[in-house]
Design a protein around this ligand. Sequence first.
Ligand SMILES: CC(=O)N[C@H]1[C@@H](OP(=O)(O)OP(=O)(O)OC[C@H]2O[C@@H](n3ccc(=O)[nH]c3=O)[C@H](O)[C@@H]2O)O[C@H](CO)[C@@H](O)[C@@H]1O
Ligand SMILES: C=C(OP(=O)(O)O)C(=O)O
Length: 441
Amino acid sequence: MSSVLTIRGGVPLTGRVTVRGAKNLVPKAMVASLLGNEPSVLRNVPEIKDVEVVTSLLQLHGVTVEKDPVTGDLTLDPKSAKTASSTAIDAHAGDSRIPILLCGPLIHAIGEAFIPDLGGCKIGDRPIDYHLNVLRQFGAVVEKRPGGIHISAPKGLHGAKISLPYPSVGATEQVLLSATRAEGITELSGAATEPEVVDLIAVLQKMGAIISVQTDRTIRIEGVKDLGGYDHRALPDRNESASWASAALVTRGDIFVEGASQRDMMTFLNTYRKVGGGMDIREDGIRFYHPGGKLSPLVLETDVHPGFMTDWQQPLVVALTQAEGVSIVHETVYENRFGFTDALARMGATIQLHRECLGSVPCRFGQRNFLHSAVISGPTPLRGTDIDIPDLRGGFSHLIAALAATGTSRVTGIDIINRGYERFTEKLAALGADFDINDAK
Ligand SMILES: CC(=O)N[C@H]1[C@@H](OP(=O)(O)OP(=O)(O)OC[C@H]2O[C@@H](n3ccc(=O)[nH]c3=O)[C@H](O)[C@@H]2O)O[C@H](CO)[C@@H](O)[C@@H]1O
Ligand SMILES: C=C(OP(=O)(O)O)C(=O)O
């Protein structure tokens, strides 16, 4: 049953939250366990929906997934991997994008894969053409089936020289997960190098893979016949950390994010400082706070790593509605990631969307009629309203806007937030937020 959050805004969020393993790594490390011939142990696993989805999908394919009742660590044993019915796979795929990454590991483990139509945030068209091209270059055969695609490799997967048209995170991971046990050498150019990609490489190296990453976005993989298991602690979720950082700014609060890691967030931290956010960087986490006074406007462009991560954009836009002056944000990763600003405008924000590239570099979306640049004028007081959450980060952004607003907001669709934010209502309560949660009528 879906729930409704009634938020009474105006309370600065103050206190401490803990972030655990990254949503954008943990489910993929779980998938990697299928490549091994012995059990793997994954630590620092958050209780989020995408982890549940991948647990079910792996279990359907015969992988034993055991959760330590105290630590939540997962032990994944692939020794009885088997095929599963496409109907069951479809029913368990949920709203996640991870199923497409099962292709390589399932082909290696059982010779075939059925991949259902993907979920994930509706922030653009999100095609899977790079994934399918990559798989075909490895020798896979892709067939359309009702409700998804079937992948097989009658002659096995073999290494290939691959070039990505854009440094896609998912397509890079597709290459990694397919190439490590493919026959021969794979050279990938135009690869994504996000910290989560590098952590997946660390997982695969622990299993016995031979992978080198060059500074020019080239990744070289020497295929090996067999892989063992891994014991790995997932890197912390830098996107959840950045979301709480923005929440501290928007609500004029003070939040210590235990587990936040400076190394993976340097670009965000530079931007946060330029807006006027306060921070104390410590070994065990980062304190983010509003130091009082005015926030400064920004000109910002999202980009692939090491640029400003697109998943940080939506929560930070809420903070920019409180900055003194005009900010410009050019979204270059997804063509449709500003839909969430409609609700902010209803709350009193002044945000204009533009089709032009309002940034230093024209992007892929420039001449294609997508509202992918935003001009935000502030500061504007926000007032509570009714909101139906559209996507994960947009939804979190709506929550923090409602928490800062005067008056009451009624927020529906909050289950989407569980896809990437562990126990977020408990965390909000611990930070002093004033809200009730009820079942929708
Ligand atoms: C589960 C997960 O890790 N999700 C993250 C991952 O998504 P995901 O891996 O889906 O994102 P990609 O990096 O692949 O997408 C980047 C761009 O490439 C395009 N594209 C991608 C694949 C393809 O086959 N064809 C194509 O055109 C997409 O439409 C998008 O415009 O990286 C994104 C970019 O850092 C993040 O916002 C997501 O949080
Ligand atoms: C876009 C996101 O995730 P996904 O790729 O899982 O939809 C996100 O985490 O902001």
